[in-house]
Design a protein around this ligand. Structure first.
Ligand code: HEM
Length: 383
């Protein structure tokens, strides 16, 4: 079933919301050792792929499909618990959106795999996290899920090492696994390959523009803690939710689907937040329904529904010009650590991403000889 961020009719927002304080995080001892190893493994993937393609791509989510420019508008008169950080005042900002799929290689789109959406908000003012000081962007890096495949960085390291080892599994084998898994509607495990080996290949072949995406992992939401998500709002997008598509023979079928849509249509996404609720003081950490350090648990929507704080509108445009591809794939990067202090990423998985994303972007810029740009204005983005 497709991920949905809809709430039930008449559902009331949950409370009391978990107040943000540094103590919501509980770093593991010596976790930086795991972070370094994660970053090294990502580097190995991206370098192996650069040797194959003669150009460096992202070590995961290498293949982009749609590169959009739109406008994010914060809703007016939000209640205090939602009017936080970037969403504190009813403002508009230019946004860049990059749709991608999970693998580190540039597979044909009929090898279906989980999808990513990275959003960069421009013209953002306010105190940034220290590594992003002086910049004016806020990124949200999302996938089409509401929980992560591993609880913590050590768990993810095991998976990504397996993936690294299997980089040379042929595209033909990946295609067979993808089709088999789709046909029997099961995980890759049943056909004898560890899912991490093939990065969740076998995801349903549905229209990418009908999908919802979330940060999966938490971030500070001003005085509170939340996950953030993007969900189809306009009828033009909602009618695509769950729509089966033929990823057939076209190597870049997803790029074509997005291009075709934006030839004439306008899209509107809701920007939503799901606030963490305070744990019962008598319950132990394991029974906390809104854990910060365990990324593998879905936060229950029945207790705290997704609430809309803004909308993104994207008008008809060319979503994959050569100049745009060069700019999005080579010159800019997205990272959860491109953030306001008010939206500091939280939890072990988020902490591990700081170094991995920085190092990956640095290598790409150096290997491809394209200095990295953090855009100040939408005029820098090619048409
Ligand atoms: C330990 C956890 C993780 C590590 C080490 C990691 C690492 C990375 C790295 C190194 C990149 C490439 C960045 C670049 O070169 O610009 C990347 C991209 C990406 N990651 Fe992660 N990641 C992790 C968890 C996640 C999670 C939880 C999500 C989902 C919310 C996610 C979604 C994405 C997406 C969508 C991209 C592509 C961004 C773009 O379009 O530029 N990652 N990841």
């Amino acid at each position: 079933m497709a991920l949905s961020l809809d709430s039930k009719p008449g559902q009331k927002p949950g409370a009391p919301y978990l107040p943000y304080s540094p103590s919501v995080e509980q770093p593991a001892p010596d976790e930086h050792v795991v972070f370094d190893e994660l970053s090294r493994t990502m580097q190995h993937i991206t370098r192996t792929m650069a040797a194959r393609y003669r150009n460096a791509y992202r070590p995961v989510h290498a293949k982009s499909h749609g590169l959009l420019v739109g406008t994010l508008t914060v809703l007016p008169s939000l209640p205090d618990h939602l009017a936080q950080g970037l969403f504190a005042k009813a403002d508009s900002h230019p946004v860049l959106m990059r749709f991608s799929t999970n693998p580190g290689d540039l597979l044909a789109d009929n090898v279906s795999s989980p999808r990513g959406l990275a959003v960069k908000v421009l013209g953002v003012e306010g105190e940034m996290v220290p590594n992003h000081a002086g910049e004016t962007t806020q990124d949200f890096v999302c996938v089409d899920a509401d929980r992560f495949g591993a609880p913590d960085p050590a768990g993810f390291l095991k998976q990504i090492k397996l993936f690294d080892k299997n980089l040379n599994v042929s595209e033909g084998a990946k295609h067979v696994v993808s089709v088999t898994a789709r046909a029997i509607n099961a995980t890759i495990g049943v056909v004898g390959l560890h899912s991490a080996t093939l990065e969740g290949i076998g995801a349903p072949a549905v229209h990418i523009l009908g999908e919802s995406f979330t940060t999966v992992t938490p971030l500070r939401y001003g005085r509170y803690v939340a996950k953030l998500g993007f969900a189809p709002a306009s009828e033009s997008l909602r009618k695509l939710t769950g729509e089966s598509v033929d990823l057939g023979d076209d190597y870049n079928a997803l790029e074509e689907l997005i291009k075709k849509f934006f030839r004439h249509e306008t899209a509107v996404w809701d920007v939503k937040v799901q606030l963490a609720l305070s744990p019962n003081p008598e319950a132990d950490e394991k029974s906390n329904k809104f854990p910060i350090e365990d990324a593998s648990k879905e936060w229950p929507k029945d207790d705290s529904p997704w609430q809309t704080v803004a909308q993104i509108t994207v008008a008809p445009q060319d979503t994959y010009s050569d100049a745009r591809e060069l700019f999005f794939d080579n010159q800019i990067s997205f990272s959860p650590w491109h953030a306001l202090a008010a939206h500091q990423p939280l939890g072990g998985i988020m902490r591990s991403r700081l170094k991995a994303y920085e190092e990956a972007a640095k290598y790409r810029a150096q290997r491809n000889q394209h200095p990295h740009v953090e855009p100040k204005s939408v005029d820098e983005v090619p048409a």
